[in-house]
Design a protein around this ligand. Sequence first.
Ligand code: SAM
Length: 235
Amino acid sequence: MEDLADWSRSLGLSLTGTQIEQFAAYESLMLEWNERISLTAIRDPHQIRIRHFLDALTCATVTGPLESVSLIDIGTGAGLPGLPLKILFPGMRLTLVDSVAKKAKFVELVAAELGLTNVMVLSERAEILGQMGEYREQFDWVVARAVADLRVLAELLLPLARVGGHVLAQKGESAQNELNAAGSAITTLGGGPGVVSTVHLPETGQAHYLIVIPKVGPTPTRYPRRPGIPAKRPL
Ligand code: SAM
């Protein structure tokens, strides 16, 4: 885990001994459970640290400290990017969401094994949560990686952000094009102008992109539409 600690330091993020132990435990559970349920195509521990853990931690370079904020991770899969951010900022109130029950079970187990508190796990679709008073417009940060094109994702994420909060989407090289194409959807949903930041992961030679969109006004009550409709008929 020294590699992860060194890379994190280069991002201006320092990990404590406890946090390094938590990442090691998380990595072991991911490798073990990956044999039974499909969590990640990456099986090499070194690559898991770069492409999953460090990639998730890069979010903190644009969000700033996330202690004492509420954050919801939509389509979290194996817990990404939510769990690495929670390890880095233990005071965060974290909600992890995945529509697939066995993935939700996995992240629940990781949170318990790592002794993380204030973690809620929901096996539900984002479209349903976005219409529930308990979750709608409640979160400071709404994040997602590798879930959908931004035009679709905007309808899943923006309804959950409080006015004054933010949405963060981790994207590949299509980021700026996706943001341009999603402009009118974002405005319709109460979002303001998005900003794209570039991050470089070590050894991969790849640039990744973080899109941050401020929530500037309330989302009209008709959004999100029913499950599946955002993807079928993007705004
Ligand atoms: N975010 C993780 C990552 O970057 O490794 C997982 C990405 S995986 C490709 C996409 C995940 O989003 C899947 O686990 C899927 O079940 C979940 N998902 C897709 N649409 C969803 C929705 N509408 N509501 C909740 N979860 C959803």
